[in-house]
Design a protein around this ligand. Sequence first.
Ligand code: PCA
Length: 120
Amino acid sequence: MKHKIFVYGTLKRGGSNHSLLAGQKFVTLAHTQPLYRLYALSSYPAMIEAPQNGRSIEGEIWEIEAARLPALDQLEDVAHGMYKRVPILLLPLEDTLAVEGYVYLLSTTGRRDCGEVWNE
Ligand code: PCA
């Protein structure tokens, strides 16, 4: 079974964890509705839900085999509540694609705001 995911950090092309998507299919660049914020942690970013003062975050949509999801969930430590994998709301026109992505659940207090895209 195929599954679409929105990636905004180390899973993007050229990112340190992109090898986990090796052999999968790039669909398109995409942008969230302005309902999220993006912060820099150590060597990876954290996208959080911010319905009041969010930004439109840029990322990539990939179509992957569902069998790849456990490895991604493990990377993002979903089991311990570091990130959760949830549906991501995209801009109109892009929102015909049902995608999930990893939203960060821990504190981002004092972290640097990356604006709309993580590029490091
Ligand atoms: N990996 C996931 C979430 C944050 C990270 O670095 C991603 O690229 O979307």
